[in-house]
Design a protein around this ligand. Structure first.
Ligand code: XLS
Ligand code: NI
Ligand code: NI
Length: 437
């Protein structure tokens, strides 16, 4: 069988932090125990089919720069077959156990809806065989409800019910494909779900449509016995100016308002959090404290550019803060860390795909090691605990226990001396965090 990465060894080695070999891991050692679990079990890294195998490097100013050997084929279906083989060879050599795809990444859109479905079914069979051969598993599937011109005015929130129906039929097949491949999650990224101008938009109606869509998805999953976890991935803008799934808090409110709360968790993406004006760890925390952090799209934006640049993470401090949230909730469960990231347009060789993933995985491994040790040592936890100590007894305990009123607190203030102000010690804590990296 043809190999697509002939110059890459069968499995990339772990050589430790002293190594200068760019094709070796310096920190990510899959079998190394960190607390109760191996690094591989903590991370559950996944390769994103769309960026790694389908991206072309095209941008608004220039032609494709990624000329991959697997796209040189006689027909779209032959190209899809080469691509799926390249995908599994890549994941195997990289030593990653999971992958993620959109329906249209795996199989090309046909002339008709029926042909698109048949293409998907054929490619699901191929992927299933490759999963069996390699042991690589599906972290999540999803549907591309944003690329085709029919979705120009969005999918579930489209003003035309016929397009809504098309999106529903497409998601039906994408969920079925995910189930067939043993996928442990199914992701809804709103794509264009939102609007450009209120001059032509009924916002209330559109949100009701979106809720109806999700209810139908829940019903369908139940009907076919799909027991994977449903995830919604927030994104604030781009491509659509106003998106209904803006950030974790917005989605949680939407789920509560439309009686969907029990059926979904969130897939938090770093670059989407920052586009919403949050830090990555902020949105992870909002999801986690609500019991809803299901999975992570691991990437990062460029602070100088300000759009969804989907770069590989290189900042161990950011990853440590993320892994602190993950470890504190006891792990990601069925979720994982999906590299929704791509090399820059100028990094067009196949080997750059390996360098990019190694860099991202090593960065997250450093974050995991630091986060684990920070928790073991209790440095931050003890500081935070102490910071709120006034609520654990005395007046604070009575406030939180509902025993005080504005009037009784006024009496308290009149009796007591003025409160002492305490430093938040931010710089000291930043320095402590960095001492673990
Ligand atoms: C795009 C999204 C997308 C989802 C899957 O910005 O991150 O890649 O993860 O549809
Ligand atoms: Ni994503
Ligand atoms: Ni994104």
């Amino acid at each position: 069988m043809k190999t697509f990465f002939p110059n890459i060894p069968e499995k990339l080695p772990f050589e430790g932090p002293g190594s200068k070999n760019p094709l070796a891991y310096k920190y990510y050692n899959p079998t190394q125990m960190v607390g109760e679990k191996t690094m591989a079990e903590h991370m559950r890294f996944a390769v994103a089919y769309w960026h790694t195998f389908r991206a072309s490097g095209q941008d608004p100013f220039g032609a494709p720069t990624f000329v991959r050997p697997w796209v040189k084929a006689d027909s779209p279906m032959e190209q899809a077959e080469y691509t799926v083989r390249a995908a599994f060879e890549f994941a195997q050599k990289l030593g990653v156990s999971f992958y993620c795809f959109h329906d249209r990444d795996l199989a090309p859109e046909g002339e008709t809806f029926a042909e698109s479905c048949a293409n998907l079914e054929k490619m699901v069979e191929k992927a299933k065989q490759l999963q069996q051969d390699t042991g690589i598993k599906l972290l999540w599937g999803t549907a591309n409800l944003f690329g085709h011109p029919r979705y120009a005015h969005v999918a579930a929130t489209n003003p035309d019910a016929h397009i809504f129906a098309h999106a529903a039929a497409q998601v039906k097949h994408a969920i079925a494909a995910t189930k067939e491949l043993g996928g442990v999650n199914y992701v809804f990224w709103g794509g264009r779900e939102g609007y450009e101008t209120l001059l032509n938009t009924d916002m209330k109606r559109e949100q009701e449509q979106m809720a109806r869509f999700f209810h139908m998805a829940v019903d369908y999953a139940k009907q076919i016995g799909f027991d994977g976890q449903f995830l919604i991935e927030p994104k604030p803008k781009e491509p659509t100016k106003h998106q209904y799934d803006f950030d974790a808090a917005t989605i949680l409110e939407f789920l509560r308002a439309y009686d969907l709360f029990d059926h979904f968790k969130l897939n938090i993406e770093a670059n989407h959090a920052t586009l919403a004006g949050h830090s990555f760890e902020h949105d992870l925390t909002v999801a986690s404290i609500n019991g809803k952090l299901g999975s992570i799209d691991a990437n990062v934006g460029d602070p100088l550019l300000g759009w969804d640049t989907d770069q590989f993470p290189t900042d161990p401090a950011m990853c440590a803060l993320a892994m602190l949230v993950v470890l504190k909730q006891g792990g990601l469960g069925k979720g994982g860390l999906n590299f929704d990231a791509k090399p820059r347009r100028g990094s067009f060789d196949e080997i750059d795909l390996f360098y990019a993933h190694i860099s991202g995985m090593d960065t997250f491994a450093r974050g995991l090691l630091a986060a684990h040790q920070i928790i073991e040592d209790g440095v931050l936890d003890n500081f935070i605990k102490e910071r709120y100590a006034s609520y654990t007894d005395g007046i604070g305990k009575q406030i939180m226990g509902g025993q005080e009123t504005f009037e009784s607190l006024e009496q308290y203030v009149l009796q007591e001396d003025d409160p002492a102000f305490k430093s938040g010690r931010q710089e000291m804590l930043e320095s402590i965090l960095h001492s673990y990296l």
